[in-house]
Write a protein that binds this ligand. Sequence first.
Ligand SMILES: [Zn+2]
Ligand SMILES: [Zn+2]
Length: 346
Amino acid sequence: MKNTKAILEVPGKMVIKDAAMPEPKEDEVLIKVEYVGICGSDVHGFQYGPFIPPKDPAQEIGLGHECAGRVVKVGTQVKGFKVGDAVNIEPGVPCGHCRFCREGHYNICPDVDFMATQPNYRGALTNYLCHPASYTYKLPDNMSTMEGALVEPASVGIHAAMTANVRPGQKIVILGAGCIGLMTLQACRTLGAAQIVVVDVLANRLHMAKQLGAMEVINGKLENTIDRCHEILGAWGADVVFETAGAQVTARQAPDIVMRGGKIMIVGTIPGETPINFLKINREVTIQTVFRYANRYPVAIDAISSGAFDVKSMVTNIYDYQDVQKAFAESVDCKADIIKGVIKIG
Ligand SMILES: [Zn+2]
Ligand SMILES: [Zn+2]
């Protein structure tokens, strides 16, 4: 068995290097990676370097955190896994004993070791990796490892919708129809939202949003987003507005779309400072943020396995591991055509 890993040599350039074969600790499993999803954060990292740059400039930077594969070895204390099991992993391993971990919010653990970011910048784009069995999940027989890799972004959408307490009958607006917007859409639909309006500026994403259950879509480049939302949903607006585009322009639209007593859920990573006119939302509107997910992998796996979630249709581009450079370059250059790209390893 030979191991390699894809490393960001400089922004804009990925190289595949030989890597040591990892040995599982007693509580870990060794996984042969089969699929890695390309996340918006990976594409950002490829273009500009990581959001949080490493303290040591010599730090090797891996990319990829949406990952599934097969167990090839189990640690001595591991129960419930065997060689050959199809699995996926939660890429964030929290400390397990801080206040946030103990209260179940392990996603906001200050010491979480998340893939492709600080402190270790280890990426999932590798042939073999070790992972704690407690953050590893067995996939049902009817799920492929490609779908397994997409459980990560599905969990983000499920966490956003469940944390926003989306309920049957509600009116929802989702700003942004990238991977996370489309997962949030499916989560809201599954939770029983009555009307879901999705906004984006790319036609093929809006087409996909319709296919995945959006009742109405708005092309923000061609139409007035705020006016159209009120035409569709009525003067009161939306119970919940999700910002998933990670942009100041969409964050600034949310107060004009949300209902009195409603909620603005910030899912995207919005750079810089966004001015908010609080006079527009002083009728008991809640602004809330979410960060990744906690305790949502089992829900996401069941949602995909049961057919409630369709993640397969979102995959528009499958790349070979050897073409990792092309995979990222196209993710930058052909953004309008790609809904979800994945890399097949091995
Ligand atoms: Zn992701
Ligand atoms: Zn912790």
